[in-house]
Design a protein around this ligand. Structure first.
Ligand code: NCN
Ligand code: DMD
Length: 346
C-alpha cells in the first residue's frame, strides 16, 4: 500500500481527567447530565483544552459511482449520484440546509462519479470513473484506492487550515449500501443477511437479491479478503475510501470526527482495522434505520447519540447531532461550580 497510514497519538489524558473533575464540581448531582458529561470530557481531551468548543465545524461530502449498481441493487438509478452533486452545491440538499443551520463549512468532493461533476464549487479529486462491478472483478486498483484515500486526507488538510474543531464526512453514491454491506461482511466475517438492508428503499425481494449479489462477490474474492486495505480495494467505493482516509488523517491531526450513518461507519471500521489508535477520535452521531448499522456500531463499541430513523447519508445524521455536542460543551464551559454559586453539598 503506497498511501501511508498516519501515526496517531491518543487524546490528552490530563485534559480528560481535569474535565471529569470539573464535571463533578458543577452545580448538579454527579452524573445527572448523563452522557453529555462524558462527551464534554472526551471533546476536552481531543481538543487538549479545558473549554472544548465546536464553533468551527467542517463537512466534506464525497460522491462516487459504483459498478455494482448494474446488478439492480438500489431503488434509484446511478444518475442520481451526479444529479445530487449539483443539488448539494446549489444549496437544496438536506446536508446543504443542515450545514447552513449549524453554521458549518460544506464542501463537495467528486471522488469518482462516472461522469465528472466538474461544476463550480465541486472539488475534483477523482480516483476513477466509478468503480468496477465487484461481482466480476476488484472494485478498484491499488493506485485508485490510494488516490481515494488521499482525497480524504486532502479534505482534512483543508479542514485543518480552516481551524476545524470537528470533522464530518458525508457520502453520496447510489448502490453504496451494497458496497458497505459487502465490506462489513468481509471485515466482520458475517453473512449478508445480517448486513444488507433496504438502502434507498428496496422491498423484501430486492433485499434478497442484494444478499445474493454480495454472496457472489464474497465467493469471487474469497480468501483474498483478509487485509483491510485489500478488502477496501476489492469491495469498496471511492467515496468510502475517501472517508477512511479522511478519518485516519483527522485522528492524526487531532481533529475529532463525528461519524454519520451506515456507510460512514463502515468506513470508520476500515480505518480502525488499518490503525486501531484512530478509534479514540471518533464519536458516533446516530443509529441509521439501515438494519446492518447496529452490528457495525457494536463491532466498534460505538454508542450513537441519536436514533431518529434517518437513513439519508450525506453527513445529515451527524449534522443533526452537532447541537447536542454544542450543548455538552456549553454546559461544561458555562455552568457554575458549587463553590462559585455557594450551593451546599458539592
Ligand atoms: O447513511 C445511511 O445510513 C444510509 C442508509 C441508506 C442509504 N443511504 C444513502 O443512499 C444511497 C445508497 O443507497 P442504495 O440503496 O443506493 O445503496 C447513498 O447515497 C447513501 O448516502 C445512506
Ligand atoms: C434523492 C437521493 C438523495 C440522497 N442523498 C444521499 N443518498 C441519496 C439517495 C437519493 C435517491
Amino acid at each position: 500500500m503506497s498511501w501511508i497510514v498516519p501515526a496517531i497519538a491518543p487524546p490528552c489524558a490530563e485534559a480528560f481527567r481535569r474535565a471529569l473533575q470539573r464535571q463533578a464540581e458543577l452545580t448538579k448531582p454527579p452524573g445527572s447530565l448523563g452522557r453529555l458529561e462524558q462527551l464534554a470530557a472526551r471533546l476536552a481531551a481531543m481538543q487538549a483544552s479545558w473549554r472544548p468548543s465546536l464553533d468551527r465545524v467542517w463537512i466534506s461530502v464525497f460522491a462516487a459511482d459504483h459498478g455494482v449498481a448494474e446488478e439492480g441493487v438500489s431503488a434509484y438509478p446511478p444518475s442520481v449520484t451526479r444529479e445530487m452533486g449539483r443539488v448539494f452545491v446549489a444549496g437544496g440538499a438536506a446536508i446543504s440546509v443542515l450545514a447552513r443551520q449549524i453554521g458549518a463549512v460544506l464542501e463537495v468532493v467528486d471522488a469518482g462519479v462516472a461522469e465528472p461533476l466538474a461544476s463550480p464549487g465541486i472539488i475534483d479529486a477523482r480516483a476513477g470513473s466509478g468503480t468496477a462491478n465487484f461481482t466480476r472483478a476488484a472494485a478498484m486498483s491499488a493506485s485508485q484506492r490510494d488516490r481515494a484515500l488521499a482525497a480524504g486526507a486532502e479534505a482534512v488538510m483543508r479542514a485543518r487550515r480552516y481551524g476545524a474543531q470537528l470533522f464530518i464526512g458525508g457520502e453520496m453514491g447510489i448502490a453504496n449500501t451494497t458496497s458497505a454491506a459487502a465490506l462489513a461482511c468481509a471485515l466482520l466475517g458475517v453473512g449478508p443477511d445480517r448486513l444488507a438492508g433496504p438502502g434507498t428503499g428496496l422491498d423484501g425481494a430486492g433485499i434478497r437479491h442484494k444478499c445474493e449479489v454480495i454472496e457472489t462477490a464474497l465467493r469471487l474474492h474469497g480468501e483474498a479478503l483478509c487485509d483491510p486495505a485489500d478488502i477496501l480495494r476489492r469491495l469498496g467505493g471511492f467515496e468510502i475510501a475517501a472517508l477512511t482516509g479522511a478519518y485516519l488523517t483527522a485522528a492524526a491531526a487531532s481533529i475529532p470526527v463525528l461519524v454519520d450513518g451506515f456507510i460512514a461507519t463502515v468506513a470508520a471500521l476500515l480505518a480502525v482495522r488499518m490503525q486501531p489508535a484512530c478509534a479514540d477520535w471518533f464519536l458516533y452521531a446516530h443509529r441509521s434505520a439501515e438494519p446492518g448499522h447496529r452490528l457495525v456500531l457494536e463491532a466498534l463499541g460505538g454508542e450513537p447519540l441519536i436514533d431518529l430513523g434517518m437513513r439519508l447519508g450525506e453527513g445529515s445524521g451527524a449534522a443533526v447531532a452537532v447541537p447536542l455536542l454544542r450543548a455538552a460543551c456549553a454546559l461544561h464551559n458555562e455552568m457554575a461550580t458549587f463553590a462559585e454559586a455557594g450551593v451546599s453539598g458539592g
